[in-house]
Design a protein around this ligand. Structure first.
Ligand SMILES: [Zn+2]
Length: 68
């Protein structure tokens, strides 16, 4: 049995294509970028729960309305 590979940031299951991509082990360049920004901010020095406010700050695109 092969365990699914998931993005360490958003826990999305990675496709084989994504596992071969330059941004592996993340699911997307954006997740990789967010992870890097966290390192630069020193946020990994403390363990903080992810909350909606933090996600909104780090992933502003999620606030966009879906296109029709
Ligand atoms: Zn991700």
């Amino acid at each position: 049995m092969i365990l699914p590979v998931t993005c360490p940031l958003c826990k999305k299951t990675l496709t084989p294509d994504e596992q071969a991509a330059a941004y592996f082990p993340f699911c997307s360049p954006r997740c990789k970028q967010v992870d890097l920004m966290r390192w630069f901010d020193g946020k990994y020095a403390v363990v903080e729960p992810l909350d909606s406010a933090r996600l909104a700050m780090e992933l502003p695109e999620t606030d966009e309305l879906p296109e029709d």
